[in-house]
Write a new protein. Structure first.
Length: 231
């Protein structure tokens, strides 16, 4: 959806991250409008578990931008690439902070719409910051160049159907991310797009939990995942 640049502050020390709407989407007015509206809504929030947006504006060339805090971190996807199975305590620690970040955004009617390990940033002290929010509550998912935004492995059932998203959609995706932290794979695996969508729509979460393959996950954690993944 955008390109992100590291920029140096001119009037103060330090850096910012500048996210600009990708030029490929400048002719799509609905994408440009959504980008600006999400940025403005989130700029009213300051929270330790999201990448905070400091200002929203337009470059001289007319391209809209978000000026964001610069975060030195690695994506959770990179963490999982090196340590595919997290212990339950660390997974719960990450999940709690992701949930707090989502809750802060939900408070201003912003839903993530693309929650994956790639959009969860892990700082050196294991603090989590959620990045790249893309949608407004009760709005349909964005389509970019005719394709739906995001990775189908993490879609909620309503996102898979192109329906309007609310905060429960993010909770479903959170359940998928947490399952991957514990199992080393997403709950639904398929090389077929249509089969992936069908699994999100019809496979019950209790059946999915049977494939978790770990005896050290407490019952309360399992029940939480089932609740997140309920259709």
């Amino acid at each position: 959806m955008g390109q992100v640049y590291l920029v140096r502050r001119r009037l103060r020390s330090g850096f910012l991250a500048l996210k600009v709407l990708h030029q490929a989407h400048l002719e799509q007015n609905h994408v440009q409008q959504r980008f600006v509206e999400v940025g403005r809504a989130l700029s009213a929030v300051r929270h330790d578990n999201i990448v905070n947006i400091l200002s929203v504006g337009t470059l001289g060339s007319g391209i809209p931008y978000w000026a964001m805090e610069y975060v030195e971190a690695k994506p959770l996807s990179e963490v999982l690439a090196y340590d595919s199975l997290l212990d339950t305590e660390r997974a719960a620690h990450f999940g709690g902070m992701i949930a707090l970040g989502l809750d802060a955004a939900h408070g201003v009617s912003v839903v993530h719409g693309d929650l994956t390990p790639a959009n969860v940033l892990v700082l050196a002290d294991d603090t989590i910051k959620v990045a790249d929010f893309s949608n407004l509550e009760n709005c349909s998912p964005l389509r970019l160049g005719g394709a739906s935004l995001g990775a189908p492995e993490y879609w909620s059932p309503e996102q898979a159907q192109g329906l309007a998203l609310d905060r429960s959609s993010d909770l479903y995706s959170l359940g998928v991310v947490l399952f991957e932290c514990l199992a080393g794979k997403t709950p639904f695996v398929s090389h077929s797009y249509s089969d992936m969508v069908a699994q999100h729509l019809h496979t019950e979460p209790r059946a999915v939990m049977a494939s978790l393959g770990r005896g050290d996950v407490p019952l309360a954690f399992r029940e939480l995942l089932i609740e997140c993944l309920n259709k």
